[in-house]
Each structure stands twice: as structure tokens, then as C-alpha cells.
Design a protein around this ligand. Structure first.
Ligand SMILES: [Ca+2]
Ligand SMILES: [Ca+2]
Ligand SMILES: [Ca+2]
Ligand SMILES: [Ca+2]
Length: 451
């Protein structure tokens, strides 16, 4: 039996087939930057008029009648909010009214949005998985609120959230990507230690940011072709927010431990086990696993149980029922595994996504996810590979908001957040029938009792 792990992402699959059907790189991301946000700046059809101090109530009525305006309400300082007649645009009416006697100024009824909902990361508006306002993604209009409610969760986070280490067990990661370099775990003992010497005695020499189990060295980034997947997954979890570039990750209180075990043609059980063990021995709080393959593998299952922390796993991309045909590692019956299916920006289960009423726990955004890509760029990728890191990010927010949550508490809360957020397309397909929700999860985490 072939025992290699495959990445659970459509981009990689198509890349291997030398097709670029689902690959869109940074230059194309820029092309659609124009519809980054569908949020209007002001209320169309309304204006705020400020009358001069000496104008009487009759002067105001005159202005309104002449221009077919309807008063909505009085405002302080001699101002009125008015509704425009149908067919008259706000900008046209503004020009017209500016010349009226007794009118001092005219301004739109501007719209304001919570600050935390908008980051200054230029691509944040296309990250529908974090905040879906119905914006078009590659031409497809979304369904508002088919997302994980990330901005709402961010507002709940304490300023001093605990730092959480997420092991990305995957390909390598471009740790120099400008949107990721501040979010990479550092092994202090080695960073401040001696060259060519295993300072912390963990069996790995100069493991500054994790380890490359595939090449058996400390270089966690080989090249763009080999390591695009892990770079993309890492950005969804932890890309730097409010740094003026690129995307925003789900969690800001995160450091990514890079554990590469997958090369261009897959990864092996032996290396996966070593990676999971490394995550445990070196303090990872969560493991993200956007891969699958092989068969039932007792050694790997034991390693996952021994890890004991939340082990978030992609459900797979074969459009199959995992209850009938298991997908590993997501299908192992371990209390710390959370198996994740994918939905698109309209709320449908992604057509590639595996499912399973007992073996798949929750869904998360996984169709056309914009995230970091090697070489300071950004790319769209689709897959349950992209859904899992949204859930890892939620787990990281929870652990940041509440010290000492156990893996079973994290799992229970994430499943509860999805049960409260059911989607028709997922009913009868996955255990919770719903989409994981960061806001609900963080709220429940803050209320949870820990030992
Ligand atoms: Ca939302
Ligand atoms: Ca070491
Ligand atoms: Ca060293
Ligand atoms: Ca950013």
C-alpha cells in the first residue's frame, strides 16, 4: 500500500497536472482590488442640510418643497436629515442644494463601520472567510455572513492575549514573506546558541524555526514550487494584520512552528510521526494538518494521541463520504482531532469537499481563499487544506483568550459554535451541520472553567 500523504488542496493537484485553472497570483489579486469592498461610503438617497442661523421653519419648508425633499428628522445645530426624491442621486442633489438660499452646507449621510472590522491590509476585503459582506470573489457574489466572524472575535480579544504556537505540519513555509516574518516561531535556545550545535538537546541541530523532516535539515523553505501550500496555510492562520500589506490572518497572537514533511511528491508516515512528536516536545499548542492519504496507520494515530493538543485536520478533497471510506489523519477516532470540511462564499459545501455525519466535525471557508504565497506574493487556493487553518486560527484565538483550555474543551466549544451556525447545505452531511464561528468560540472560551 502506498503510504504517502497528499496535500489537501486543489491548487497543488492542478499544479501537478500542469494546469493553472485555480491558480491566480498576486497580479490578478490586484486586478480585483477594485471590488475589495462593497461597503458604501454614505446612505444613497439621503442628505444632511445645514441651514443658516437666521432661517425660519418656513424657509426650511420652502427649500424642501422646491426640491421635493422629505424631512426624516431634525438634527442639532440647525441641521436636517432629508430624503431625496426617487431618481435624484445624492451627488446631483448636493450640487443643486448648495446654491439654495438659507442653505449653509450640504453633506452626505456618511456611513461608519466598526474600526476593528476593517484592517489596513489591502487584500483583507477579499478574505470572505473572515468577513463575508457579499463581496464578489472572482466574479461570484457571496452570501453575507457566510464566514467565521473574525472581526467580531478580534473585538473580544484581550489586549494581552496569550501567545499560542501553531505547528504547521505541511510543506515548508516562506518564513521571509513580509506578511509572515513576524509570525514565525523562534527556538530561542538555538537562535541565541552556537552554530552547528544542538543547544537545547532536542536532537535537532540549529532548528531555529522548526525542522525540515523531508530533507532532514533546518532549512524550512526550499522554493516556491515546493512550499507554496504551507506558506498559504500559514498566512490564513497568522498573516500580520494592520501592517499595510497583503492579507490578515485569523489570529494575531500566533507563532507558526514550521514542520515540513511533505515534498513535491508527498510525505511519509515516518516523517509525519517525527513532525508530530517535534510539535509535542517543543511546545506547540495546536497542530494544523492540511493533508491526507495513506491508510490506517497505528503509529501515526498513537503520535496524534500522544500530542494531546488540538489537532486540526482537513477532511479531504475527493467529494467522498469519509464515514464510508476513511480519510487519514482526519478520520482517526481521537478526541483531539477536529476534522474540517469546506464551504464556498455562497454557503454551499464546496463540491470537492469530503463529508461524513460522524467523521467530519465542522466546516470552514475553503473555496477561493486569498493568502500568502512565496516570493512576497499572494494567491488564491481552494481546498479543505484552506478550511482547516481557519479552524486552527479560531483555536489559537480561544487559547489566547483563555489560558489552560484543554484539547477537549477546545473541540467541544468549536463544535458548539458550529452547531449554533448550521447551514442547509451541511445538514445531514457533517456532525455539527454548521460553520465554525470565531466570535461564538471566543465567547464560550472566555466563560469556560479551567483547572
Ligand atoms: Ca460575519
Ligand atoms: Ca535543537
Ligand atoms: Ca545551535
Ligand atoms: Ca497583512
Amino acid at each position: 500500500m502506498k503510504r504517502t500523504a497528499r496535500l489537501v488542496s486543489l491548487l497543488v493537484v492542478t499544479a501537478l497536472l500542469a494546469s493553472s485553472a485555480t491558480m491566480v497570483f498576486a497580479k490578478d489579486l490586484k486586478l480585483i482590488e477594485g471590488d475589495v469592498s462593497t461597503r458604501p461610503d454614505y446612505v444613497e438617497g439621503e442628505l444632511i442640510i445645514r441651514y443658516s442661523g437666521k432661517s425660519t421653519i418656513f424657509d426650511k419648508v420652502k427649500v424642501r418643497e422646491k426640491n421635493s425633499l422629505e424631512k426624516i428628522r431634525d438634527l442639532p445645530s440647525n441641521m436636517e436629515l432629508v430624503r431625496l426624491p426617487a431618481g435624484l442621486s445624492t451627488s446631483k442633489a448636493r450640487e443643486k442644494l448648495a446654491f439654495e438660499q438659507n442653505v449653509m452646507s450640504v453633506q452626505p449621510n456618511f456611513l461608519y463601520y466598526p474600526d476593528a472590522a476593517i484592517t489596513n491590509d489591502p487584500y483583507a476585503g477579499i478574505e470572505w472567510g473572515l468577513d463575508n459582506q457579499g463581496q464578489k470573489i472572482l466574479g461570484i457574489a457571496g452570501t453575507p455572513d457566510i464566514d467565521i466572524d473574525a472581526p467580531e472575535a478580534w473585538r473580544l480579544m484581550p489586549a494581552s492575549a496569550d501567545e499560542v504556537v501553531v505547528a504547521v505540519i505541511d510543506t515548508g513555509v516562506d518564513i521571509d514573506h513580509p506578511d509572515l516574518q513576524g509570525s514565525i516561531w523562534m527556538n530561542e535556545a538555538e537562535v541565541n546558541g552556537l552554530k552547528n550545535f544542538d543547544d537545547d538537546g532536542n536532537g535537532y541541530i540549529d532548528d531555529f524555526n522548526g525542522w525540515n523532516f523531508f530533507h532532514r535539515n533546518n532549512d524550512v523553505f526550499t522554493n516556491a514550487k515546493a512550499d507554496g501550500h504551507g506558506t498559504h496555510v500559514s498566512g490564513t492562520i497568522a498573516a500580520q494584520t494592520n501592517n499595510g500589506i497583503g492579507v490578515a490572518g485569523v489570529a494575531q497572537n500566533v507563532k507558526i512552528m514550521v514542520l515540513k514533511f511533505i515534498g513535491i511528491n508527498g510525505g511519509s508516515t515516518a516523517d509525519a510521526i517525527l513532525a508530530v512528536k517535534y510539535a509535542k516536545d517543543n511546545g506547540a499548542d495546536i497542530a494544523n494538518n492540511s493533508w491526507g492519504g495513506g491508510g490506517y496507520d497505528q503509529a501515526l494515530k498513537d503520535a496524534i494521541e500522544d500530542f494531546g493538543k488540538p489537532f486540526i485536520a482537513a477532511a479531504g478533497n475527493e467529494s467522498l463520504d469519509n464515514d464510508l471510506k476513511a480519510h487519514y489523519p482526519s478520520s482517526y477516532d481521537c478526541s483531539n482531532i477536529i476534522s474540517v470540511a469546506s464551504v464556498d462564499n455562497t454557503g454551499l459545501m464546496s463540491d470537492f469537499s469530503n463529508y461524513g455525519i460522524t467523521s467530519v466535525d465542522v466546516a470552514a471557508p475553503g473555496g477561493y481563499i486569498a493568502s500568502t504565497y512565496p516570493g512576497s506574493s499572494y494567491a488564491w487556493m481552494s481546498g479543505t487544506s484552506m478550511a482547516a487553518p481557519h479552524v486552527s486560527g479560531i483555536a489559537a484565538l480561544m487559547l489566547g483568550a483563555k489560558t489552560g483550555l484543554t484539547a477537549s474543551q477546545v473541540k467541544e466549544i468549536i463544535l458548539k459554535s458550529a452547531t449554533a451556525n448550521r447551514l442547509t447545505s451541511l445538514e445531514g452531511k457533517i456532525l455539527t451541520g454548521g460553520l465554525a464561528n470565531a466570535e461564538a468560540a471566543v465567547k464560550l472560551a472566555m466563560k469556560a472553567k479551567v483547572k
